[in-house]
Ligand binder design. Sequence first.
Ligand code: GDP
Ligand code: GDP
Length: 477
Amino acid sequence: MADRRRPMRPVAPLPSADLPLVAIVGRPNVGKSTLFNRLVGRRQALVADTPGVTRDRKEGVALLRGRSIRLVDTAGLEEAAPESLFGRMRASSESAVHEAALVLFCIDARAGITPSDEHFAAWVRKQGRPVLLVANKAEGRAGAASAMEAYSLGLGEPVAVSAEHGEGLSDLMGEIVEHLPPEPEEDFPEEDDAFDDEIVEGDPEEERIPERPVGPVRIAIIGRPNAGKSTLLNALLGEERMITGPEPGLTRDSVAVTLHDEGDVFEVVDTAGLRRKARIDEALEKMSVSASIEALKMAEVAVLVLDATLGVHEQDLQIARLIEREGRACVLALNKWDAVEDRTATRKAILDRLSISLAQMRGVPVVTFSALTGASVHRLLPAVREACAVWNARVPTGELNRWFEAALERHAPPLVDGRRLKLRYMTQVKSRPPTFVIFGTRAEQMPEDYKRYLVNGLRETFNLPGVPIRLQTRGTK
Ligand code: GDP
Ligand code: GDP
């Protein structure tokens, strides 16, 4: 059969046939095409037809965190075969799944798990390819909670995303890259058994905490216009430097500035181009928020820069909330310290305001410096390194449950509709940021203030300052 793949514009130096194949599968309407378009982005132009089993399939090259993949969308192929829904799903996905280095199994978190999801998941599991479970349409807090239901598919921990609203995609990209086989160094293909421990079968509740990928710590320097972000970046670089903005359409993997500090490598996500645009934009306030979102999606640690002479403004809080929402570690940078008169009072006023408005900012590491004179700027990267370590922290399940038991005793779970919640155990399912799941009868009915009590306890006991802690609940029968 003739190969009809025709890249229209070369992006990756590698011929796309050598790239790892990632297949998006799932029942119709879960959002496969939407996800495909999100991940391939502007490179959709590269989509070319490839002969599939039943019909041509949609394929594109996506660049995720510096790695290129071939992404295949199996959507729309279901109609091609005249059998049952399951038969059609299977027929359309079979060849893609067999060739795939990684299968993205998509479900609709809003619809919940349907019998055809279960049936299809069982089949996919049997194919023996690494699978990453994607719970789509999980926008907002409610969505993330309902995504947890997908655990029951036995495909491991679901990654909650909203393809349509662009939420959770950065995490998903990270997970995809972590699940890929290592990049080939020599000219022989990887063995399939490289995947062995990635295939999750049996107990879906078992821990699967990704290791921290090696590589630079990615930093986003964000804050309101004039807080001193560019000055800070220049101070870190130690020289004035013209910073070029990201290429249009490449913002997700945009240019980064690399810094070296005591043997560690940091990469500062560069949103200078976006900021420049903000300066000429009328909706300046709005733009600086959207530039922050872009930067946050690419980063692990957010450096929130405040002009300490001005105190905390509503827009600073808004940006801090974004950091929490995106689940990033945070270092608070109080800049223009040279121009602050009463340093003790200023520091206290800022921290009080932040911790009142944002519980998750409690204990956030604070660095004071002057980007302009360079004084104390050297304290920033060590603080970033530490915040990143906390973000990656893993709490052993035994220790966690000993603490959990004591916490339940100190403060019994509340009555909900006259019945006490029976909370059984908890486990850390993820780091980056630390994410915990509590299992128990009607655990999902846990009131917010009890969750807050547990989150605060976790933060203090296991020393997790300055990172958003995610606490999820899962009812068991
Ligand atoms: P496919 O058949 O699996 O390829 O699904 P599509 O990508 O065509 O999406 C099906 C429907 O779900 C469309 O109406 C999308 O707009 C919608 N959709 C996709 N992603 C999301 C999402 O993240 N949230 C919500 N609420 N709707 C979504
Ligand atoms: P950005 O919009 O956040 O990138 O802010 P800039 O880096 O462009 O800085 C805005 C203004 O604040 C400039 O006039 C800087 O010279 C000034 N500035 C930045 N850092 C400091 C500092 O540490 N101390 C003082 N006094 N001024 C600063």
